[in-house]
Design a binder for this molecule. Structure first.
Ligand code: ZN
Length: 445
């Protein structure tokens, strides 16, 4: 059996993956909050950890792996959006849940086995809070239920934050009724016009951290193999999930914590104010799912990945090359070991993609196809790829050369030749416009 190695954030070390039960491997990835189109940074964890899911299924058997990715459908941003549009929160959450799932499919990620929704786990949340209060880890104050951080001896071990950092992280929840400044919210009261559920502590709504702890327990159990997400979730979200789950159940919650690095755009942090903010949807329309997937996998998942249009175009050309080679070729029955070995080494995707490049020859095209398909690439026929308009990108040098040849033909009054070149360009999807200052061209719609 192939050994899988993963970098565990908790131990800060690459470790051999030893499942709790090889016949029942459980992984959980924190899902999105469904209040708007997801941005390209959101796509990264669901693309890289999809590869982990594929790898685990390959090594342990499809039926022995369960992957849960939740939908966060209670959150203040959702309530704000619903209020702005004058609709109920269900309208907002079902719209953006559908869009998110379509985006993930376009990016070539497999559907998780389970997609639990926070709103369907209120009884579990109330039960966990009751347990935590009973065990002295939580208290009720001013309509809130608060987790009491000093009640947990090793709180902060995942992020390794200092006491000052822990307090600073909880500053958004500064309140006079907190027993300790690092205490965090499990439940908060809702006003009459806000979404809320009845609880023993009054009408209110859960904190985000509590939602994940309860969905993990309900669907995967009290101890799981892998919990993953973006590195921005290490603190406070994952730290607080550990606190809630371990103080409730009295045992280690997660064996391996995995976190992906940030995504930048053209070398800088993506932000709406910088004008470099992209939704997954708009980039899919521009570059297509496979080129986007490949772009996201070019960097190792723990490193930052930089998105640029130039890189997406480069990756599309790489796919063009591969698609030309595998045209009419059936995939090999075995996934190449070079691909499996690279991914088994803490999801080393740059190495796995280099392995695919090494297989990009006419003799090894069947292995190339098998390896690429394992990674969710080359999923179309070459015919579909090149006809779909998302394949072969226009070669600017070739276009300009042909336009020059056509000009020469016209100067020589060789109109049949100039027409022939115009037709050739049209076939390539290039439209010519002759004007007083010469010929310009554009890509046909
Ligand atoms: Zn979570």
């Amino acid at each position: 059996m192939t050994d899988i190695y993963v970098y565990n954030t908790e131990t800060r070390a690459k470790q051999k993956f030893e499942p709790i039960d090889a016949k029942n491997i459980r992984m959980y990835v924190c899902g999105v909050t469904v209040y708007d189109y997801a941005h390209i940074g959101n796509a990264r964890p669901y693309t890289v950890f999809d590869l982990l899911y594929r790898l685990l299924r390959h090594v342990y058997g499809t039926e022995h792996v369960t992957y849960a990715r939740n939908i966060t459908d209670i959150e203040d941003k959702i309530m704000q959006r619903a209020a702005d549009e004058g609709v109920g929160i269900k309208t907002i959450t079902s719209r953006y849940t559908k869009i998110f799932k379509e985006d993930m499919q376009s990016l070539g990620s497999l559907d998780p086995d389970l997609e639990p929704k926070a709103t369907e786990h209120l009884p579990q949340m109330i039960k966990m809070m009751r347990d935590l209060i009973e065990k002295g880890h939580a208290y009720v104050a001013d309509g809130h239920v608060m987790f009491h951080v000093p009640s947990m001896e090793n709180y902060g071990r995942l992020s390794r934050h200092s006491r000052d950092e822990l307090v600073a992280g909880a500053r958004v929840e500064v309140a006079s009724f907190k027993k300790d400044p690092a205490d965090f919210v499990l439940w908060k009261p809702s006003t009459d016009d806000q979404v809320g559920w009845n609880s023993p502590w009054g009408r209110g709504r859960p904190g985000w951290h509590l939602e994940c702890s309860c969905m993990v327990e309900e669907h995967l159990g009290t101890e799981i193999d892998i919990h993953a997400g973006g590195q921005d979730l290490i603190f406070p979200h994952h730290e607080n999930e550990i606190a809630q789950s371990e103080c409730t159940h009295g045992k280690q919650f997660v064996r391996y914590w995995m976190h992906n690095g940030y995504l930048t755009v053209d070398g800088v942090k993506m932000s709406k104010s910088l004008g470099n903010f992209y939704t997954i949807r708009e980039l899919l329309e521009q570059h297509g799912g496979e080129a986007m997937r490949l772009s996201l996998l070019t960097a190792h998942y723990r490193q930052p990945v930089d998105f640029s249009h130039d890189n997406a175009v480069e990756q599309k050309k790489r796919l063009d090359r591969w698609y030309r080679l595998v045209d009419g070729v059936a995939p090999a029955s075995e996934v190449p070991s070079s691909v499996i070995n690279a991914l088994s080494d803490d999801l080393n995707t740059p190495k796995a993609l280099a392995a695919l490049d090494a297989l990009a020859t006419s003799e090894t095209a069947a292995s190339l196809k098998a390896g690429a398909q394992f990674m969710g690439l080359l999923m179309q026929s070459s015919d579909e790829w090149f006809k779909g308009g998302l394949g072969e990108s226009i070669d600017v040098d070739e276009v300009e050369g042909l336009i020059e040849d056509r000009l020469k033909a016209r100067q020589n009054k060789d109109f049949s030749e100039s027409d022939r070149i115009r037709d050739r360009l049209a076939e390539m999807g290039v439209l010519l416009e002759d004007g007083p200052s010469g010929t310009s061209w554009r890509k046909a719609d």
